[in-house]
Design a binder for this molecule. Structure first.
Ligand code: PLP
Length: 354
């Protein structure tokens, strides 16, 4: 039976990417050797790393604009710490829009003063704060563009005089925008790029080197830049698979092309959520995420029937995050419109039964 994978991450990747990646595990570039058993310093792997870094900048339209792309390790969670290590001298601002920003704030507090410029904690992170003012003396302002757990997403970004840092883990490469409004973007690979194990960091070089503390080499962006993202052994499989996904996206027509599909998928699902009395959306309508749609079932008695119907339709990964409950449909780039159609059919069938 065909599976429809709505998992929040690690999550669905394009089939052709998985196929090519699995071929490379057995025989990389016809060398007779596996991708995972050759030196990361070999000509073939250095080319992979260079291509992956270059594609990332190209797709975001950040080439020749003073940015560097790095593929690091430690997940987005290590970036919570590295951002502050590298940029926080006195005071940083954070917009708190959920669990992930909360975690980033906790790490930053180890390095200096942290101001919560805005927060949606009062309403269980169902919305994106809009009424706030950014202090003029910040070293940087940090935001989380898409809140994977609560299903909210920034549609407009704050204008700042200080560097703007964005955790884009769950919506990078999914929608068009002017990416040059950010000075540092980071994203764990395991949503729109590849398997877990590498984190893409895009950083404008001129914001670095301004803190007075000593930074351990592995946590220093400048060290990774100087070594072309090969200071230590990179996560070769995750970087290679990410490169394949970025190539897949480029061949589709880039971010603008996938954005059209992502908008169609989100429109289809949200209109079902809004019209079907069995379900209720979680997030504020204007702040809804195109990537993670969160919703509840209005009558808990119907839950086990719905869960059985989901299983019978081959739908996987629809449970909400354990901290929120309910349901969450993650519609990352590789998920087809057809899969969303299958989910919507099950939801309307549920209405007939309910
Ligand atoms: C927005 C966001 N930030 C950070 C993280 C943490 O990422 P990692 O597990 O790669 O550290 C996640 C994980 O889902 C996330 O969705």
């Amino acid at each position: 039976m065909k599976k429809h994978n709505f998992s929040a991450g690690p999550c669905i990747l394009p089939k052709e990417v998985l196929l090519k990646a699995s071929e490379a595990v057995m025989d990389f570039n016809g060398s007779g050797l596996s991708l995972v058993e050759i030196s990361h310093r070999s000509k073939d792997f250095v080319a992979v790393m260079e291509n992956a870094r270059s594609l990332a900048l190209e797709l975001l339209d950040l080439k020749d604009k003073g940015y560097k792309a790095l593929f690091l390790q430690g997940g987005a969670s290590l970036e919570f710490l590295m951002v502050a290590y590298n940029l926080l001298e006195k005071k940083a601002g954070y917009l708190n829009t959920g669990t992930w920003s909360d975690k980033a704030i906790k790490e930053a507090k180890l390095f200096g003063d942290v101001v919560e410029v805005g927060s949606s904690k009062d309403e269980k992170f169902t919305y994106i704060p809009k009424e706030y003012s950014v202090p003029s003396d910040l070293d940087y302002l940090h935001i989380t563009s898409n809140n994977t757990i609560y299903g909210t997403q920034f549609k407009k970004f704050p204008k700042t005089d200080c560097p703007l840092v964005c955790d884009m883990s769950s919506d990078i490469f999914s929608r068009t925008m002017d990416f040059s409004q950010f000075d540092l973007i980071y994203a764990g690979a395991q949503k729109n790029m590849g398997p877990a194990g590498t984190t893409l960091v895009i950083v404008k070089e001129d914001i670095l080197g301004q803190v007075s503390r000593k930074i351990p080499s592995m946590l220093d962006y400048q060290v990774h830049i100087a070594k072309d993202s090969m200071f230590n052994t990179p996560s070769v499989f995750a970087v290679y698979t990410s490169m394949l996904t970025l190539e897949w996206l480029k061949n589709l027509g880039g971010i603008a092309a996938i954005e059209e599909v992502n908008e169609k998928k989100a429109r289809l699902l949200y209109s079902e959520i809004d019209l079907n009395p069995v379900f209720k959306g979680y997030a504020n309508i204007e702040d809804r995420s195109l990537m993670n749609a969160t919703f509840n079932i209005t009558d808990e008695v119907l839950k086990s029937t719905f869960d059985t119907m989901l299983k019978e339709a081959g739908i996987n990964g629809l449970n909400g995050h354990r901290s929120v409950g309910g349901y969450r449909a993650s519609m990352y780039n590789a998920l087809s419109l057809e899969s969303v159609g299958v989910l919507v059919d099950v939801m309307s069938e549920m209405e007939r039964k309910g």
